[in-house]
Design a protein. Structure first.
Length: 209
């Protein structure tokens, strides 16, 4: 898990926040990197609070979410990758998710795989809002992929200029081949997780109408 947005009653938002030192060490690829080294993000409307953290604070929810995340990336498959997948059970909850890939020349297979997920204890909540959630998935994935493409283009242009100056980029590329990268670096956007937080809020507000 990289980022998890949950909704709660106005007076319960603090219950979902992680401590300033959550005690979990993550590589860059799995890190929630927020401006000013924040640990959590919290926003409120007139009736609800929305909290984004690295992972759910409560053990039961954390365990269920971890199982759904693992299944979405390694077990469940969809013949049509352009469409979301639905799976789950009454114990761990239900999930509507969409797996997507972004290009990274330094990653294995030159791509990194991610999954956007909306989870609920009630499967009807997800099935009744399939079209809305699918639209939000497509918009966010398209935005991320576009940012990554723009970042890769800037890197390519920089390398071309460096080669003209006699810099040996091959040695640099070999050294960085296995280096994990966060979405902040891949997209070139230090606000990407703030935007995810705002995107998740809008999605949940539409679903919870």
């Amino acid at each position: 898990m990289i980022a998890c947005t949950q909704t709660s009653a106005l007076d319960k938002g603090e219950d979902h926040l992680l401590a300033s030192n959550p005690g979990l060490v993550s590589c860059a690829s799995c890190s929630l990197i927020l401006p000013q080294e924040l640990i959590n993000m919290k926003s409120s409307t007139s009736s609800k609070t929305f909290v984004t953290t690295h992972y759910p604070k409560w053990e039961k929810r954390y365990s269920a979410a971890t199982k759904l995340v693992m299944k979405s990336l390694s077990v469940e498959t969809n013949l049509d990758s352009s469409k979301p997948m639905f799976f789950g059970d009454a114990i761990n909850g239900f999930c509507l998710n969409k797996v997507f890939k972004i290009y990274d020349i330094n990653a294995r297979g030159q791509e990194r795989k991610y999954s956007l997920m909306v989870m609920s204890d009630d499967e009807s909540d997800l099935l009744q809002n399939w079209d809305i959630i699918s639209l939000y998935f497509s918009e966010f994935i398209s935005s991320v992929q576009q940012k990554v493409a723009e970042t890769n283009e800037r890197i390519h242009e920089h390398n071309l200029k460096s080669n003209k100056s006699g810099v040996n980029n091959e040695k640099y590329l070999r050294r960085s081949m296995t280096r994990p990268k966060s979405l902040v670096e891949l997209t070139g956007d230090d606000q990407i997780f703030v935007k995810f937080h705002l995107w998740a809020i809008e999605l949940l507000l539409d679903v919870l109408k």
